[in-house]
Design a protein around this ligand. Structure first.
Ligand code: EPU
Length: 426
Protein backbone atom coordinates (compact mmCIF):
# COMPACT_ATOMS: atom_id res chain seq x y z
CA UNK A 1 0.00 0.00 0.00
CA UNK A 2 1.41 3.42 -0.93
CA UNK A 3 2.31 5.95 1.74
CA UNK A 4 3.44 9.55 1.70
CA UNK A 5 6.56 10.74 3.48
CA UNK A 6 6.51 14.45 4.24
CA UNK A 7 9.24 16.50 5.89
CA UNK A 8 7.55 19.56 7.33
CA UNK A 9 8.67 23.13 7.65
CA UNK A 10 8.95 24.43 4.08
CA UNK A 11 7.02 27.48 2.90
CA UNK A 12 5.24 26.98 -0.46
CA UNK A 13 5.88 29.20 -3.49
CA UNK A 14 4.85 29.06 -7.15
CA UNK A 15 1.86 27.97 -9.21
CA UNK A 16 -0.50 25.01 -9.05
CA UNK A 17 -2.96 23.96 -11.74
CA UNK A 18 -6.35 23.09 -10.28
CA UNK A 19 -7.99 20.02 -11.89
CA UNK A 20 -11.59 19.37 -12.85
CA UNK A 21 -13.95 18.68 -9.94
CA UNK A 22 -14.39 15.06 -8.86
CA UNK A 23 -17.94 15.75 -7.70
CA UNK A 24 -18.90 17.28 -11.04
CA UNK A 25 -17.12 14.69 -13.20
CA UNK A 26 -18.85 11.73 -11.47
CA UNK A 27 -22.47 12.80 -12.19
CA UNK A 28 -21.44 14.06 -15.64
CA UNK A 29 -20.00 10.64 -16.54
CA UNK A 30 -23.38 9.16 -15.53
CA UNK A 31 -25.27 11.77 -17.57
CA UNK A 32 -23.75 10.28 -20.73
CA UNK A 33 -26.16 7.35 -20.18
CA UNK A 34 -29.03 9.68 -21.11
CA UNK A 35 -28.25 9.64 -24.84
CA UNK A 36 -27.31 7.13 -27.52
CA UNK A 37 -24.99 9.76 -29.04
CA UNK A 38 -21.32 10.11 -28.08
CA UNK A 39 -20.58 12.75 -25.40
CA UNK A 40 -17.17 14.32 -24.81
CA UNK A 41 -16.04 15.62 -21.44
CA UNK A 42 -12.87 17.67 -21.05
CA UNK A 43 -10.90 18.54 -17.92
CA UNK A 44 -11.78 15.16 -16.38
CA UNK A 45 -9.49 14.72 -13.36
CA UNK A 46 -7.22 11.66 -13.12
CA UNK A 47 -8.65 10.02 -10.03
CA UNK A 48 -9.41 6.56 -8.73
CA UNK A 49 -13.12 7.44 -8.35
CA UNK A 50 -13.25 8.48 -12.01
CA UNK A 51 -11.59 5.17 -12.98
CA UNK A 52 -14.14 3.30 -10.85
CA UNK A 53 -17.05 5.14 -12.49
CA UNK A 54 -15.59 4.43 -15.93
CA UNK A 55 -15.31 0.76 -15.03
CA UNK A 56 -18.96 0.74 -13.87
CA UNK A 57 -20.09 2.33 -17.16
CA UNK A 58 -17.86 -0.02 -19.22
CA UNK A 59 -19.50 -2.89 -17.40
CA UNK A 60 -22.92 -1.68 -18.62
CA UNK A 61 -21.70 -1.55 -22.22
CA UNK A 62 -20.75 2.15 -22.52
CA UNK A 63 -17.74 2.62 -24.84
CA UNK A 64 -15.23 5.01 -23.26
CA UNK A 65 -12.04 6.45 -24.77
CA UNK A 66 -9.64 8.96 -23.23
CA UNK A 67 -7.76 11.45 -25.37
CA UNK A 68 -5.56 14.48 -25.14
CA UNK A 69 -3.49 15.92 -22.34
CA UNK A 70 -6.32 17.93 -20.75
CA UNK A 71 -8.44 15.08 -19.45
CA UNK A 72 -10.55 14.44 -22.54
CA UNK A 73 -12.93 11.47 -22.44
CA UNK A 74 -15.58 10.42 -24.96
CA UNK A 75 -18.36 8.13 -23.78
CA UNK A 76 -20.83 6.40 -26.06
CA UNK A 77 -23.84 4.71 -24.45
CA UNK A 78 -25.27 3.19 -27.66
CA UNK A 79 -27.71 0.29 -27.27
CA UNK A 80 -27.59 -2.32 -25.89
CA UNK A 81 -26.86 -1.13 -22.33
CA UNK A 82 -27.21 -3.46 -19.35
CA UNK A 83 -28.84 -1.19 -16.73
CA UNK A 84 -27.20 -2.81 -13.72
CA UNK A 85 -24.71 -1.57 -11.11
CA UNK A 86 -23.33 -4.56 -9.21
CA UNK A 87 -22.39 -4.51 -5.52
CA UNK A 88 -18.69 -5.21 -6.22
CA UNK A 89 -18.39 -1.81 -7.94
CA UNK A 90 -20.91 0.22 -5.94
CA UNK A 91 -19.43 -0.77 -2.57
CA UNK A 92 -16.16 0.99 -3.40
CA UNK A 93 -17.82 4.28 -4.35
CA UNK A 94 -21.15 5.63 -3.12
CA UNK A 95 -21.45 8.01 -6.07
CA UNK A 96 -22.38 4.92 -8.17
CA UNK A 97 -25.97 5.60 -7.04
CA UNK A 98 -25.88 8.39 -9.65
CA UNK A 99 -26.60 5.86 -12.40
CA UNK A 100 -30.12 5.26 -11.02
CA UNK A 101 -31.74 8.42 -12.44
CA UNK A 102 -30.30 8.24 -15.97
CA UNK A 103 -30.90 4.48 -16.33
CA UNK A 104 -34.54 4.76 -15.28
CA UNK A 105 -35.09 7.80 -17.49
CA UNK A 106 -33.69 6.25 -20.65
CA UNK A 107 -34.33 2.52 -20.26
CA UNK A 108 -37.29 2.47 -17.86
CA UNK A 109 -35.51 0.03 -15.56
CA UNK A 110 -32.43 -0.25 -13.38
CA UNK A 111 -30.91 -2.63 -10.87
CA UNK A 112 -28.50 -0.75 -8.65
CA UNK A 113 -26.84 -2.11 -5.53
CA UNK A 114 -27.48 -0.24 -2.28
CA UNK A 115 -24.26 1.49 -1.37
CA UNK A 116 -24.21 0.50 2.31
CA UNK A 117 -22.53 2.46 5.09
CA UNK A 118 -19.42 4.51 4.78
CA UNK A 119 -16.71 5.79 7.10
CA UNK A 120 -18.04 9.37 7.42
CA UNK A 121 -21.63 8.41 8.25
CA UNK A 122 -24.56 6.13 7.48
CA UNK A 123 -25.52 8.01 4.28
CA UNK A 124 -28.86 6.44 3.32
CA UNK A 125 -30.38 6.82 -0.18
CA UNK A 126 -34.04 6.98 0.93
CA UNK A 127 -34.52 10.41 -0.68
CA UNK A 128 -33.24 9.16 -4.05
CA UNK A 129 -35.78 6.32 -3.90
CA UNK A 130 -38.67 8.57 -2.82
CA UNK A 131 -37.94 11.05 -5.61
CA UNK A 132 -37.88 8.35 -8.30
CA UNK A 133 -41.14 6.93 -6.91
CA UNK A 134 -42.72 10.37 -7.12
CA UNK A 135 -41.76 10.33 -10.81
CA UNK A 136 -43.67 7.10 -11.31
CA UNK A 137 -41.01 4.41 -10.82
CA UNK A 138 -41.75 1.26 -8.86
CA UNK A 139 -38.79 0.44 -6.65
CA UNK A 140 -38.33 -2.58 -4.44
CA UNK A 141 -35.27 -3.26 -2.36
CA UNK A 142 -34.36 -6.94 -2.56
CA UNK A 143 -31.15 -8.87 -1.96
CA UNK A 144 -29.31 -5.60 -1.35
CA UNK A 145 -30.39 -4.08 -4.67
CA UNK A 146 -32.77 -1.27 -5.64
CA UNK A 147 -34.79 -2.87 -8.43
CA UNK A 148 -36.61 -0.13 -10.30
CA UNK A 149 -38.97 -0.19 -13.26
CA UNK A 150 -41.81 1.72 -14.85
CA UNK A 151 -45.21 0.03 -14.36
CA UNK A 152 -47.65 -1.05 -17.07
CA UNK A 153 -45.25 -0.88 -20.00
CA UNK A 154 -44.79 2.88 -19.57
CA UNK A 155 -41.82 4.23 -21.50
CA UNK A 156 -41.04 7.43 -19.60
CA UNK A 157 -40.88 8.75 -16.05
CA UNK A 158 -43.37 11.53 -15.39
CA UNK A 159 -42.53 14.98 -14.08
CA UNK A 160 -43.30 15.63 -10.39
CA UNK A 161 -42.80 18.08 -7.55
CA UNK A 162 -40.00 16.73 -5.37
CA UNK A 163 -39.26 18.32 -2.00
CA UNK A 164 -36.60 16.33 -0.16
CA UNK A 165 -36.48 16.13 3.66
CA UNK A 166 -32.91 17.44 3.64
CA UNK A 167 -30.68 19.01 1.04
CA UNK A 168 -28.93 16.22 -0.86
CA UNK A 169 -26.27 16.78 -3.51
CA UNK A 170 -26.32 13.46 -5.37
CA UNK A 171 -30.09 13.25 -4.79
CA UNK A 172 -30.58 16.57 -6.62
CA UNK A 173 -28.29 15.33 -9.40
CA UNK A 174 -30.21 12.07 -9.81
CA UNK A 175 -33.52 13.98 -10.03
CA UNK A 176 -32.11 16.48 -12.55
CA UNK A 177 -30.93 13.70 -14.86
CA UNK A 178 -34.16 11.72 -14.50
CA UNK A 179 -36.40 14.77 -15.01
CA UNK A 180 -34.51 15.84 -18.14
CA UNK A 181 -36.07 12.89 -20.06
CA UNK A 182 -39.35 12.63 -18.11
CA UNK A 183 -42.77 13.44 -19.52
CA UNK A 184 -43.88 16.90 -18.34
CA UNK A 185 -42.57 19.31 -15.73
CA UNK A 186 -40.55 18.63 -12.61
CA UNK A 187 -40.05 21.08 -9.77
CA UNK A 188 -37.20 20.37 -7.35
CA UNK A 189 -37.68 22.20 -4.07
CA UNK A 190 -35.02 22.25 -1.37
CA UNK A 191 -32.52 21.46 -4.15
CA UNK A 192 -28.77 21.52 -3.45
CA UNK A 193 -27.06 24.64 -4.84
CA UNK A 194 -23.47 23.40 -5.18
CA UNK A 195 -21.51 24.62 -8.24
CA UNK A 196 -21.18 20.98 -9.33
CA UNK A 197 -24.97 20.82 -9.71
CA UNK A 198 -25.04 23.98 -11.78
CA UNK A 199 -22.26 22.49 -13.93
CA UNK A 200 -24.22 19.26 -14.46
CA UNK A 201 -27.30 21.32 -15.40
CA UNK A 202 -25.20 23.25 -17.97
CA UNK A 203 -24.05 19.97 -19.48
CA UNK A 204 -27.64 18.67 -19.66
CA UNK A 205 -28.75 21.93 -21.30
CA UNK A 206 -25.97 21.47 -23.89
CA UNK A 207 -27.50 18.00 -24.52
CA UNK A 208 -30.90 19.58 -25.19
CA UNK A 209 -32.48 19.59 -21.70
CA UNK A 210 -34.75 22.43 -20.55
CA UNK A 211 -33.69 23.50 -17.07
CA UNK A 212 -34.11 26.75 -15.14
CA UNK A 213 -33.10 27.80 -11.64
CA UNK A 214 -30.01 25.56 -11.27
CA UNK A 215 -27.69 27.04 -8.66
CA UNK A 216 -30.76 27.94 -6.55
CA UNK A 217 -32.91 25.82 -4.23
CA UNK A 218 -35.79 25.66 -6.77
CA UNK A 219 -35.02 23.99 -10.07
CA UNK A 220 -37.57 23.71 -12.84
CA UNK A 221 -37.16 21.05 -15.53
CA UNK A 222 -39.34 20.60 -18.60
CA UNK A 223 -38.74 17.05 -19.79
CA UNK A 224 -37.82 16.37 -23.42
CA UNK A 225 -38.20 13.19 -25.46
CA UNK A 226 -34.56 12.78 -26.34
CA UNK A 227 -31.17 14.27 -25.54
CA UNK A 228 -28.21 14.47 -27.90
CA UNK A 229 -24.42 14.45 -27.61
CA UNK A 230 -22.35 17.46 -26.52
CA UNK A 231 -18.88 18.55 -25.45
CA UNK A 232 -18.63 19.82 -21.91
CA UNK A 233 -15.74 21.06 -19.78
CA UNK A 234 -15.79 19.90 -16.15
CA UNK A 235 -15.80 22.87 -13.72
CA UNK A 236 -12.67 23.43 -11.58
CA UNK A 237 -12.46 21.55 -8.27
CA UNK A 238 -13.25 24.04 -5.49
CA UNK A 239 -12.34 21.52 -2.79
CA UNK A 240 -8.92 20.85 -4.33
CA UNK A 241 -8.39 24.63 -4.54
CA UNK A 242 -9.55 25.09 -0.93
CA UNK A 243 -7.17 22.35 0.20
CA UNK A 244 -4.20 24.15 -1.40
CA UNK A 245 -5.35 27.46 0.13
CA UNK A 246 -5.31 25.89 3.61
CA UNK A 247 -1.94 24.27 2.94
CA UNK A 248 -0.33 27.61 2.02
CA UNK A 249 -2.07 29.41 4.91
CA UNK A 250 -0.53 26.80 7.23
CA UNK A 251 3.01 26.65 5.80
CA UNK A 252 3.29 30.30 4.77
CA UNK A 253 4.35 31.34 1.27
CA UNK A 254 2.88 32.76 -1.91
CA UNK A 255 1.04 30.53 -4.39
CA UNK A 256 -1.19 31.13 -7.41
CA UNK A 257 -3.90 28.54 -8.08
CA UNK A 258 -4.51 28.48 -11.84
CA UNK A 259 -8.16 27.79 -12.78
CA UNK A 260 -9.15 28.25 -9.10
CA UNK A 261 -12.69 29.68 -8.77
CA UNK A 262 -12.83 32.05 -5.77
CA UNK A 263 -16.56 32.64 -6.39
CA UNK A 264 -17.15 28.95 -5.50
CA UNK A 265 -15.18 29.18 -2.25
CA UNK A 266 -16.45 32.32 -0.57
CA UNK A 267 -17.16 30.80 2.86
CA UNK A 268 -13.67 29.28 3.06
CA UNK A 269 -11.91 32.38 1.72
CA UNK A 270 -13.74 34.63 4.20
CA UNK A 271 -12.43 32.48 7.08
CA UNK A 272 -8.90 32.44 5.66
CA UNK A 273 -8.92 36.22 5.36
CA UNK A 274 -10.21 36.58 8.94
CA UNK A 275 -7.40 34.24 9.99
CA UNK A 276 -4.88 36.63 8.42
CA UNK A 277 -4.10 35.16 4.98
CA UNK A 278 -4.00 37.53 2.01
CA UNK A 279 -6.13 36.41 -0.91
CA UNK A 280 -6.60 37.95 -4.34
CA UNK A 281 -8.64 36.48 -7.13
CA UNK A 282 -9.60 37.32 -10.67
CA UNK A 283 -9.06 36.41 -14.29
CA UNK A 284 -6.00 36.98 -16.46
CA UNK A 285 -4.77 35.61 -19.78
CA UNK A 286 -4.44 32.17 -18.15
CA UNK A 287 -8.11 32.25 -16.99
CA UNK A 288 -9.40 32.25 -13.40
CA UNK A 289 -6.86 32.36 -10.60
CA UNK A 290 -6.63 32.68 -6.82
CA UNK A 291 -3.45 33.95 -5.18
CA UNK A 292 -2.81 33.22 -1.50
CA UNK A 293 -0.06 34.69 0.68
CA UNK A 294 0.58 34.01 4.34
CA UNK A 295 3.36 34.24 6.90
CA UNK A 296 3.67 33.29 10.55
CA UNK A 297 0.90 31.83 12.68
CA UNK A 298 -2.63 32.85 11.74
CA UNK A 299 -5.65 33.23 14.05
CA UNK A 300 -7.75 30.10 14.69
CA UNK A 301 -11.29 30.33 13.23
CA UNK A 302 -14.55 28.82 14.42
CA UNK A 303 -16.95 27.59 11.75
CA UNK A 304 -19.92 25.38 11.16
CA UNK A 305 -20.34 23.20 8.07
CA UNK A 306 -23.55 23.65 6.10
CA UNK A 307 -24.82 23.13 2.59
CA UNK A 308 -23.54 25.41 -0.18
CA UNK A 309 -23.04 28.36 -0.08
CA UNK A 310 -22.09 27.70 3.57
CA UNK A 311 -18.79 26.28 4.77
CA UNK A 312 -18.33 22.90 2.98
CA UNK A 313 -18.08 19.72 5.02
CA UNK A 314 -15.47 18.64 2.44
CA UNK A 315 -13.16 21.43 3.76
CA UNK A 316 -13.72 20.85 7.49
CA UNK A 317 -10.73 18.57 8.12
CA UNK A 318 -8.27 20.66 6.10
CA UNK A 319 -9.25 23.90 7.90
CA UNK A 320 -8.98 22.08 11.21
CA UNK A 321 -5.34 21.22 10.37
CA UNK A 322 -4.71 24.95 9.92
CA UNK A 323 -6.47 25.75 13.23
CA UNK A 324 -4.20 23.24 15.03
CA UNK A 325 -1.15 25.49 14.52
CA UNK A 326 -2.89 28.89 14.68
CA UNK A 327 -3.16 31.29 17.63
CA UNK A 328 -6.14 30.87 19.95
CA UNK A 329 -9.08 28.48 20.24
CA UNK A 330 -11.70 27.57 17.66
CA UNK A 331 -14.95 25.63 17.71
CA UNK A 332 -15.64 23.49 14.65
CA UNK A 333 -19.19 22.16 14.22
CA UNK A 334 -19.92 19.43 11.66
CA UNK A 335 -23.61 19.40 10.77
CA UNK A 336 -23.70 17.30 7.55
CA UNK A 337 -22.17 13.93 8.47
CA UNK A 338 -22.30 12.28 11.89
CA UNK A 339 -18.82 10.74 11.85
CA UNK A 340 -16.52 13.16 10.12
CA UNK A 341 -13.92 13.76 12.85
CA UNK A 342 -11.80 10.69 12.20
CA UNK A 343 -8.76 12.85 11.46
CA UNK A 344 -8.86 14.20 15.02
CA UNK A 345 -7.20 11.21 16.68
CA UNK A 346 -4.52 11.17 14.01
CA UNK A 347 -3.88 14.90 14.47
CA UNK A 348 -3.59 14.32 18.21
CA UNK A 349 -0.81 11.83 17.39
CA UNK A 350 0.99 14.77 15.77
CA UNK A 351 0.63 16.77 19.00
CA UNK A 352 -2.58 18.71 18.21
CA UNK A 353 -4.86 19.74 21.08
CA UNK A 354 -8.43 18.88 20.09
CA UNK A 355 -11.43 17.79 22.12
CA UNK A 356 -14.57 16.46 20.50
CA UNK A 357 -18.07 16.16 21.85
CA UNK A 358 -20.59 14.84 19.33
CA UNK A 359 -20.67 17.18 16.35
CA UNK A 360 -18.35 19.77 17.95
CA UNK A 361 -14.54 19.81 18.05
CA UNK A 362 -12.69 22.43 20.06
CA UNK A 363 -9.17 23.10 18.84
CA UNK A 364 -6.52 24.90 20.86
CA UNK A 365 -3.82 26.12 18.51
CA UNK A 366 -0.22 25.26 19.41
CA UNK A 367 3.05 26.47 17.98
CA UNK A 368 4.30 23.25 16.45
CA UNK A 369 3.11 19.79 15.51
CA UNK A 370 5.64 16.98 15.58
CA UNK A 371 5.91 14.44 12.76
CA UNK A 372 4.68 10.86 13.29
CA UNK A 373 3.10 8.00 11.36
CA UNK A 374 -0.62 8.59 10.84
CA UNK A 375 -3.34 6.77 9.00
CA UNK A 376 -5.71 8.22 6.43
CA UNK A 377 -9.32 7.16 7.08
CA UNK A 378 -11.20 8.91 4.29
CA UNK A 379 -10.52 11.28 1.43
CA UNK A 380 -10.67 14.70 3.09
CA UNK A 381 -9.16 13.36 6.34
CA UNK A 382 -6.15 12.26 4.26
CA UNK A 383 -5.78 15.75 2.82
CA UNK A 384 -5.86 17.26 6.31
CA UNK A 385 -3.09 14.92 7.46
CA UNK A 386 -0.97 15.97 4.48
CA UNK A 387 -1.40 19.63 5.51
CA UNK A 388 -0.51 18.74 9.11
CA UNK A 389 2.59 16.88 7.81
CA UNK A 390 3.68 19.93 5.78
CA UNK A 391 3.93 21.99 8.99
CA UNK A 392 5.02 19.32 11.49
CA UNK A 393 8.61 19.18 12.70
CA UNK A 394 10.48 16.21 11.22
CA UNK A 395 9.00 13.39 9.15
CA UNK A 396 5.34 12.46 8.88
CA UNK A 397 4.27 9.25 7.18
CA UNK A 398 0.68 9.24 5.94
CA UNK A 399 -0.43 5.62 5.51
CA UNK A 400 -3.36 4.32 3.37
CA UNK A 401 -3.24 7.13 0.86
CA UNK A 402 -5.44 5.23 -1.55
CA UNK A 403 -8.14 7.42 0.00
CA UNK A 404 -6.26 10.50 -1.23
CA UNK A 405 -5.92 9.03 -4.73
CA UNK A 406 -9.71 8.69 -4.92
CA UNK A 407 -10.16 12.44 -5.06
CA UNK A 408 -6.91 14.39 -5.57
CA UNK A 409 -5.21 14.51 -8.95
CA UNK A 410 -1.46 13.96 -8.32
CA UNK A 411 -1.46 15.86 -5.05
CA UNK A 412 2.11 15.06 -4.05
CA UNK A 413 3.44 16.05 -7.48
CA UNK A 414 1.60 19.38 -7.31
CA UNK A 415 2.89 20.01 -3.77
CA UNK A 416 6.46 19.14 -4.80
CA UNK A 417 6.11 21.64 -7.64
CA UNK A 418 5.60 24.46 -5.12
CA UNK A 419 8.45 23.42 -2.86
CA UNK A 420 7.10 20.80 -0.45
CA UNK A 421 9.37 17.98 0.65
CA UNK A 422 7.01 15.10 -0.06
CA UNK A 423 7.37 11.72 -1.75
CA UNK A 424 5.30 8.63 -2.36
CA UNK A 425 6.79 5.47 -0.94
CA UNK A 426 5.66 1.99 -1.94
N1 EPU B 1 -29.08 11.88 3.22
C1 EPU B 1 -30.11 11.06 3.63
N2 EPU B 1 -30.83 10.41 2.67
C2 EPU B 1 -30.59 10.52 1.35
C3 EPU B 1 -29.52 11.37 0.93
C4 EPU B 1 -28.79 12.03 1.90
O1 EPU B 1 -30.36 10.91 4.82
O2 EPU B 1 -31.28 9.88 0.54
C5 EPU B 1 -28.28 12.62 4.23
C6 EPU B 1 -26.84 12.14 4.27
O3 EPU B 1 -26.68 10.99 5.08
C7 EPU B 1 -26.12 13.35 4.81
C8 EPU B 1 -26.91 14.53 4.20
O4 EPU B 1 -28.17 13.97 3.84
O5 EPU B 1 -26.20 13.39 6.20
C9 EPU B 1 -26.29 15.16 2.99
O6 EPU B 1 -25.84 14.15 2.09
P1 EPU B 1 -25.73 14.35 0.50
O7 EPU B 1 -26.72 13.45 -0.14
O8 EPU B 1 -25.77 15.80 0.16
O9 EPU B 1 -24.27 13.80 0.24
P2 EPU B 1 -23.82 13.03 -1.06
O10 EPU B 1 -24.59 13.52 -2.20
O11 EPU B 1 -23.81 11.55 -0.79
C10 EPU B 1 -21.98 14.70 -1.85
C11 EPU B 1 -20.51 14.63 -2.14
C12 EPU B 1 -19.74 14.48 -0.84
C13 EPU B 1 -20.06 15.70 0.04
C14 EPU B 1 -21.58 15.79 0.26
C15 EPU B 1 -22.00 17.01 1.05
C16 EPU B 1 -20.45 13.64 -4.34
C17 EPU B 1 -20.12 12.48 -5.20
N3 EPU B 1 -20.26 13.50 -3.03
O12 EPU B 1 -22.32 13.48 -1.20
O13 EPU B 1 -18.36 14.50 -1.17
O14 EPU B 1 -19.41 15.57 1.28
O15 EPU B 1 -22.26 15.82 -1.01
O16 EPU B 1 -21.56 18.16 0.42
O17 EPU B 1 -20.84 14.69 -4.85
C18 EPU B 1 -16.06 14.05 -0.87
O18 EPU B 1 -15.86 14.51 -2.02
O19 EPU B 1 -15.12 13.79 -0.07
C19 EPU B 1 -17.43 13.79 -0.44
C20 EPU B 1 -17.74 12.97 0.57
Amino acid sequence: MDKLRITGGRALHGEVMISGAKNAALPELCATLLTADPVTLTNVPRLRDVATMRHLLDNMGVKTVTHGERGGMTLHAADPINPEAPYELVKTMRASVLVLGPLLARFGRARVSLPGGCAIGSRPVDQHIKGMQAMGAEIVVEHGYMVAQLPGGKKRLRGARIATDMVTVTGTENFLMAAALAEGETLLENAAQEPEIADLAEMLIAMGAKIEGHGTSRIHIQGVERLHGCTHQVVADRIEAGTFLCAVAATGGDVVLRHGRADHLEAVIDKLVEAGAKIEAGKDTGGDFIRVRASGRLKAQSFRTTEYPGFPTDMQAQFMALNCISHGMAKVTETIFENRFMHVNEMIRLGARIQTDGKVAVVEGIEKLSGATVMATDLRASASLVIAGLVAEGDTIVDRIYHLDRGYDQMEKKLRGIGADIERIK
